[in-house]
Design a protein around this ligand. Structure first.
Ligand code: DNO
Length: 360
């Protein structure tokens, strides 16, 4: 397991690279060019700039999260070919500087969704929270405005520029079904995976978060069966999954340990975090510790250890603790604690396995 830490870029993140370097056994950043709109080709000089900053701090840039997919690709419009060409050129450039994994998603319009970015947890900490009834009755435009208004830093994927065409996008998705989305995803994969193969980059689709339809929009990356179908769409080690335990874990029916065992070598990138799911389906993001939430983090790390996971991992969202001012979910403290919990589990399984081998 190769541990990484998400970083939003110079001037765009509250955590300096030098602090990331001080987290034990954490060697790389997970990064993106967040100001480049979906569909545009990434400029090489901007890519090299991040590489230089990271390497100066002693960190690698092997994992990019995300190169966002233009809505016209998800919608299957004729204009998609231009955006796919740009996507391919970006893959090639990232390959040329040594990037190994690109995480992306195929969620219509929205990326991840929460209804409260600072839900008090009762002990002074706050965390990201999702309330079903608020989504069920909400006007999406109003909701996004309200949520962003309470935070100086928006959630990734919720940038105001990206959302200004919300009404037009909702109209465009009228009549688009899950089947259409699968077809458009297949078309996209057929185009980009050969380029990824040549560039030495493993593409890793992220689950839909939450893993169900929101605002009546179709969502397809939601459960084990759908991921199986996804991997069959294009059978190549370069067509893989970002297995996000927190996204999938919001639906208690998802057995993440079983997914790790089934999809093993098609998981180049793991997001590991916990959520507590309430009886009414609402959920809150807790510390990474198994006992604090509903997701079996210890079992998940054990499963990665059992399959001899050599891919990249990162802690995912953390709570906001010790009065830290940070991007929602992306502070230093709780994610660093998360890393130490994940390494604690991993090292314990490692010792256990060594003892078995030596018969002690
Ligand atoms: C949220 C993230 C997502 C993820 C994208 C991948 O914190 O996990 O925004 O980066 O869905 O494309």
């Amino acid at each position: 397991m190769k541990m990484t830490f998400r970083w939003f870029g110079e001037g765009n993140d509250t955590v300096p690279l030098s602090y990331i370097k001080q987290i034990p056994a954490t060697d790389g950043i997970v990064w993106s060019l967040h100001d480049i709109a979906a569909g545009e080709e990434w400029p090489l000089d901007r890519i090299l700039e991040v590489k230089e900053q990271a390497e100066r701090a002693g960190l690698h840039i092997d994992v990019v999260e995300s190169v966002n997919v233009h809505e016209d690709i998800k919608l299957g419009l004729p204009s998609r070919d231009l955006y796919i060409e740009n996507y391919k050129k970006t893959i090639e450039k990232l390959g040329s500087v040594g990037v190994k994994v690109i995480c992306y998603n195929f969620m219509p319009i929205f990326d991840w969704l929460r209804t409260d970015l600072h839900k008090p947890m009762g002990d002074g900490a706050t965390a990201l929270f999702y309330e079903n009834s608020r989504i069920a009755n909400a006007d999406p435009f109003q909701l996004v405005k309200e949520i962003n208004a309470n935070s100086a830093l928006t959630m990734p994927g919720w940038e105001p520029e990206r959302l200004q065409h919300l009404t037009r996008l909702f109209e465009a998705y009228q009549g688009v079904t899950e089947e259409h989305l699968w077809e458009n995803l297949r078309y996209f994969l057929n185009e980009i995976i050969p380029v990824a193969e040549r560039s030495g980059i493993r593409m890793a689709i992220h689950p839909d978060d939450p893993p169900w339809s929101v605002f009546g929009l179709p969502r397809i990356m939601t459960c084990q069966e759908k991921f199986r179908k996804f991997l069959q769409l294009y059978d190549s080690p370069y067509n893989g999954i970002t297995l996000c335990s927190g996204s999938l874990g919001a639906n208690p029916d998802n057995d993440i340990v079983a997914m790790i065992h089934e999809f093993g070598d098609r998981i180049p990138f793991a997001h590991i975090r916990n959520v507590r799911v309430y009886d009414n389906g609402d959920f809150i993001e807790t510390s990474h510790r198994t006992q604090d939430g509903s997701v079996d983090i210890a079992g998940i790390v054990r499963a990665y250890h059992e399959i001899g996971f050599t891919g990249y991992a990162r802690p995912d969202h953390g709570r906001h603790i010790w009065d830290e001012k940070c991007r929602p979910g992306y502070g230093l403290y709780d994610r660093a604690l998360g890393i130490m919990y994940l390494w604690g589990l991993w090292d314990a399984y490692e010792l256990e396995a060594e003892k078995k081998v030596s018969g002690v």
